[in-house]
Structure formats: C-alpha cells, structure tokens
Design a protein around this ligand. Sequence first.
Ligand SMILES: *Cc1c(COP(=O)(O)O)cnc(C)c1O
Length: 362
Amino acid sequence: MSDVPFIDLGRAHEPLQAELAATFERISRSGAFTLAAELDEFEAAFARYCGAAHCVGVSDGTEALRLALIAHGAGPGCEVVTVPSTFIATIEAIAATGARPVLVDIDSSTRCMDPARVAEAVGTKTAAIVPVHLYGRPAPIDEIRAAAPDVVIVEDAAQAHGYPLRGTAAAFSFYPTKNLGALGDGGAVVCQELEVAEAVRSLRHHGAAPDDANLHLRRGATSRLDNLQAALLSVKLPHLDSWNEQRRRAAALYRDALADLPVELPPEEGVFHLFAVEVDDRDRVRAALREAGVGAAVHYPRPAHLNPAWSELGAPGDHPAAERLAERTLSLPIFPGIEAAEIERVAEALRAALQPRRTAAG
Ligand SMILES: *Cc1c(COP(=O)(O)O)cnc(C)c1O
C-alpha cells in the first residue's frame, strides 16, 4: 500500500488550478501588486465571512498579531496574557510590541487557555489577552471574557479559519498549510472597530495617513498582504467551508477507527487544522508510524517557556498541563481530500505501533 503523507496541499488545489493560473496571469499583466482592488475585495469578503466589520490584510500571521496588539495599545511596560501551548509566533508577536508575555496554563480537555486561571494572570499592566484556538478547537472566549470583563481579547485564530469573530479582534495566518492558505505568506486582522482597522491599515504601510502615503502618523513597517496573494485567497475562500467539512469528516472517521486504542482523542468541536491525539511514548510511536509509511508530526514538542530563547517566561513544572501535552501530542495526517482508506491505513499503523510487542509464540 502507498504511503500516507502528513499533508498534501495539491489535492485541494487541483480543481482550482486553471482559476489560480488565470488569476496569476491577470495580476501579472495588470501591474497592480500592492494595495490594489483585489486586496480590498478579499478584505471585504473575509470580513463578511468572519461576521466582522473590518478586515485588514497583512504580510503574515505573526504581523497580524503584532499589529492588532499595537492597535489596542500593547507596548513597553504592558503585559499580554497568552498560553504556553502554541506556535512560538504568538510569543514573538507579543514580545515584538515591547510588551511582556505572561503565560497561563491550558485546560487539558480543550488544549486552550484555562479560563479558571485568567483572573490571577490579569493585572493593571495587562493590555490584552491572546487565547489560541489550538489545532482548530475554539478557545472558550466567553468564559475568558467573564474572567476579565474589561480586558481586550485578541484571538490567535491562525489555526481556526471558519468561526465568526468573538473577541475584540482576531489575527489570522494564511501560511500555505493553514485551513485557508495563500500560495506563500499572508495574514489578516479582523475586527469590529473602525479605529482599530485604521490603525492596522496605517501600521502595515509605514504608519502612513489614509490620504497621504508620505505623512507618517505612526512608526510602521512593510507588512502589507500582496495583491496577488489576496486575489488567490479570493479564489480559495469560497471553498473553505467545504474543506473544513472534509476535515470534520476525516476527524469523525479517526474517532471511530481509534476508539479502542490507548490514545486520547482530541475534543469533538473544531475545524481540525490538526488532528492531534495524545499517546504514551510519543517519539517511539511517531518513529514507528514513519517506518510504516505514515506521516505524523508534533505540534509542538516544547511549550513556549521551555525553549532556550524564552526561558525567562518560566521553568519546568510551571505549566503542567501544557508540559504534559507537549510530551504526548502527536498530529496524524488530516487535510482536504484525505481518503477514508488512508485514515484506515493510519489507524492500522497506529494500532500496530501501540500493540505490546509479542514473541513468535504469542
Ligand atoms: C501559523 C501560526 C502563527 C503565525 O503565522 P505566520 O503566518 O506563520 O506568521 C501564529 N500562531 C499560531 C497558533 C499559528 O499556528
């Protein structure tokens, strides 16, 4: 039997190839590469999709978080509360504003920020809370808001395209492997308030005034979403719901196929950016899957505070739920177009990897 890849982006793109190629050709001929009509169109469509008043396209998800935080007043002398269980970009974006990241442990059942720990982490210096919808499972925004009613919530939605905006703002990544991915890097800030959208719009383009590109009201950067990427994202956006549905269906198949194995399954709700199970002896299991021709990956082998660059954020034992997840988490193949037979094949390989080794006599 053939191998099962961890991800195959080609399957979702295949039916769209002609449209993607035509889009490339149109933009290439038009010469409109930055801040042009296709960017406005994608922003309007993605804002509508998220049930938000505004969307501002930016260069990548890390910038989306950084600029959304600055637009909400985060900076030197402030703190921003987030979780240790995330891609390191969340921490980098917070630190890049000049604010200090403050970590709150996750709830093992959701793998997202534990609302019960929020109140103790929030103080007079808190500029924002950044919950992460890890693996596409929505973080409990309402409970987090209830725990800190006056604090701005900037959702790290890089793994959760498909849900309406619930926080004050949300930061998205369109990195190619995300549920909605560009053909390169991209990102967006989605929000309800006009002033926030205007601030991000200015910050992504050298802090320029809306009507004068050479009047610099803020200290900004080159952080625009390319017009070409925006146009390609507009081709892909109408398919996002169907792709998320395929991910959910694959997750349901996994749930059945793995029901009798000694693995902890992910929560049922989500858009399954990843299908992350928890197993004992994870690295051995992952190696056995690889040996059997099944792609598997680890997101993420270390919680933020146990990375050398971020040791100031905590020590081993500080965030036990996040540390336990990092030791046990194993991402199985999931992507639009994955076939039932492939999921069956992954389940068999996992069953074999988890079975106690038997001698010939059995
Ligand atoms: C991908 C990702 C980011 C960063 O997005 P980039 O576009 O790669 O900068 C931030 N947070 C999380 C949780 C992510 O998965």
